[in-house]
Write a protein of this length. Structure first.
Length: 89
């Protein structure tokens, strides 16, 4: 999840020319969600490059999800399951 936040901030600055980035982290019902929003220029059509594809691949390995949208900037939401307290034999 750290790498997803890192890549999201990099993309916001490099591609969106954002001057502000907000990172929200929430754990609810055994799920960890991270939402990164920026005030950058956004885009009309999201075309996944190396960064977004790599994020999806990492999350897929963890049975996670990735959602992106571009309205008045860019927003990315990543979510994975948490395994706190699980017992493994």
């Amino acid at each position: 999840m750290y790498r997803i936040v890192q890549e999201s901030i990099t993309n916001a600055i490099r591609h969106g020319h954002a001057t502000a980035v907000r990172v929200r982290i929430a754990a609810e019902e055994r799920r960890l969600g991270i939402t990164v929003t920026d005030n950058g220029c956004g885009c009309t059509k999201i075309e996944p490059g190396f960064g977004l594809r790599h994020m999806r691949e990492r999350l897929k390995l963890l049975n996670g999800t990735l959602k992106v949208k571009s309205e008045n900037g860019f927003e990315l939401h990543a979510e994975i399951s948490l395994r706190w307290g699980d017992v493994y034999d």
